[in-house]
Structure formats: C-alpha cells, structure tokens
Design a protein around this ligand. Sequence first.
Ligand code: COA
Length: 379
Amino acid sequence: MSLNNTGSVKTGGLAGVTAGKTAICTVGHEGTGLHYRGYSIQDLTQHSSFEEVAYLLIYGKLPTESELKKYQHKLISLRGLPPEIQSLLESIPANANPMDVFRTTCSMLGVLEPEDSTRQAKDIADRLIALFPGALLYWHHYHQSGSRISTDFEALSTAEYFLSLLHLEPAQPEVNVQALDTSLILYAEHEFNASTFAARVCSATLSDFYSAITAAIGTLRGPLHGGANEEAMRLIQSYENPETAEKGLLERLRNKQLIMGFGHRVYTVSDPRSDIIKNKSKILALEYGDENIYHISEKIEAIMRKEKNLFPNLDFYSASAYYYMGIPTHFFTALFVIARMTGWAAHIIEQRQDNKLIRPTAEYIGPSPREFEKISKRK
Ligand code: COA
C-alpha cells in the first residue's frame, strides 16, 4: 500500500490495506498459506467434512465425534421451510436469479424468526445453513414442474442433502457427494473478502444477523466475486474443444476482456484451493467418461499462464466440477452462499465481540465551495 502526504490510500479498492484483526482465517499471499483457525485447507479437505468445518468456524473448535453427530442432527432438524417461506418462494418468478431467491428468503426469515434474546447468532447461522439448500430447490422444483417438494430429508451431510433434493433421487455416485463436500469446505471462509467485509460493516452498526447476511449475499452476487464461477462455466461451454478454446481465448485477450475465474486480489502466485478442486474435477471427468470440458478448462488455464501469467482461482475448476455433478450453472454462486454462510457467521460473531463502527474517510476530489444558484437562475 502507498500513502500520499495526507495519509490517504493511493491504490484503489483498499488493496493491501489491513482493515482489522481476525482469528478466523489466514490467507497467505504465495498460494500456500490458507488456514481456518490454524488448520490448513489441505488437512481440512482430506480429513474432515463440511459440517466439521462449519462447526470449527462458528463454534471456534473442531467437534468431537459426539459433538459432530449432535450438530449434524441439529442441522437436519432445522431444514423445514415455514409455510410463509414456501408461499414466498412460489411467488418469486421462475426466471429470478437464485442469489435474489436467497437474499429475499434471508430477509423474510429475519421477519419470521427475528434475532432476539431467545434466538441468537449461532442458532440463526445453523438455521440458515440448514434451510437454504431446501429453499433454493423448493423454488426450483415448484417452477420447473409445479411440485411442492418436502425438504425434510434425513441426509447427514449438506452435500448429500443438496444433490438428493436437486435430482430428487439418492445422491450418487459417492464421488459427487465427496467433491461437493470438498468444494463447500474450500468456499467456507476467506478472510476479509468483499462479502465478508460487507457483513462486518453491517454488523458493526449493531444491526441484526439477517441484515448482515443479506448485505453479504448481495455483495457475493457480482461477477468479480462469487458470480465468477458461473461466468467461467459459460466461457468454457462456449467452446467446442481445446483447439477452438485456444483461438477464442486469444481473441478475447486481444480485446482486453476479463477472463472470469483467473487472478486474485490477495494471491500473487497461485490460489491454494485451485489444485484441490481441479483434482476433484478430473476425478469426476474420468468417472463420467466425459473429459472434453475438463480438457477445454486445462487449455484455458495453459493460455492464461502463457499470455497473462495468471493462475486459476477457486471459481475456475469449481465450474467444471459442478457441471459434472449435474448442477445447473445458475446455481453455482448459490452453492458458494451455502458454504460461505459459515465464514460470514464467524465474522459477524467476531466483529460483535470487539465492535467498533467501521466508517473510513474519503479523499475529497469534488468542486471547491461555491455559491448556491436558485432554481430560476440555473442554466
Ligand atoms: N482476466 C484478464 N486479465 C486480468 C484478469 C483476468 N481474470 N485478472 C486480472 N487481470 C489483469 C487486469 O486486466 C490488470 O491488467 P492491467 O494492469 O494491464 O490493467 C492486471 O491483471 C491487474 O488486475 P486488477 O483488476 O487490477 O487486479 P485486482 O486485484 O483489482 O482484481 C480480480 C482481482 C479477482 C477482481 C481480478 O483478477 C478479476 O477481475 N478476475 C476475474 C473475476 C474473478 O475470477 N473473480 C473471482 C475472484 S476469487
């Protein structure tokens, strides 16, 4: 970061600015340092589940076996949709953006089940993690086929629950469930990213939990943040094979177009999450005997390295992994929400523990003070 002589930040977008302290996550810059509460994402993705990571982030420690079992059953018990939410979902148009479905559902739940002395942050976080997959898929199936699906389904993991409700059959093969579980862990938390920061800014005004989550969902929606995984899929699918991908991508780069799923504000060498999800994407490609999308993705990666020295971020290979699981592209960012709910919750709770209103100053670059002109005299 560089400061000018008035102490203001010269770089845009608060790049490089340390905007607060956190004990939840450290990112590292070279692409090797991502840890959630001290545990590396390599260990977490290899040895734990999304529910263990959710517990770690929200409750501050890894659960014991009995704590995990209790937590999984708590989440199962919180999956039911109130009738008011069902009618709301039925009234949201079929062509709505799933992120708007989540933003609206969150807002409505905040009215129906407000945060008060009996219902506090951790319980609301669990309720939202449990309810969101069912809310999205209730809305989806209602508008696709007119059916009002039951969301009270006893799958132990969020990944199995989501895939079973999406396809309305037991989630299979198991590699799908494992890959989605890994992806949810990778998307769970990432320090002071834009949506988390938005949640913290909102919380710092002493607003309620639902308002902070609603702010975060709205912030994640943009293609420079969560929306990149959907845009990456659309790009990959716009090419028939690796050869046309190469030609098309070079053309885009010549036209100075952004390639979604590449680059990162914090990482300079690589995104430590990318190889993990890339490996899952490859496993799925082989499982389904359909490697074209994977090969196109690899070609795009190679060209981005050669031409721009840019590396894929988590969103790029998440796209092909989700594609192989049969997840519609317009649900990709919504899955990011389900995972990141855990990180947002942890940050809202942390912000409240040592709160200070977040209100920076701006460097004024507008006109000097001038005389007011009455409306009749203005030209
Ligand atoms: N495709 C093409 N060029 C890219 C690029 C991409 N995905 N990401 C960065 N660049 C280029 C920029 O055009 C810029 O080039 P210039 O110096 O010639 O103008 C340079 O790299 C620096 O990029 P900048 O946008 O200033 O970096 P940033 O820190 O502000 O942006 C992102 C970080 C993530 C917003 C940016 O890399 C991006 O837009 N990526 C695509 C969206 C995405 O994948 N988002 C998910 C992030 S996890």
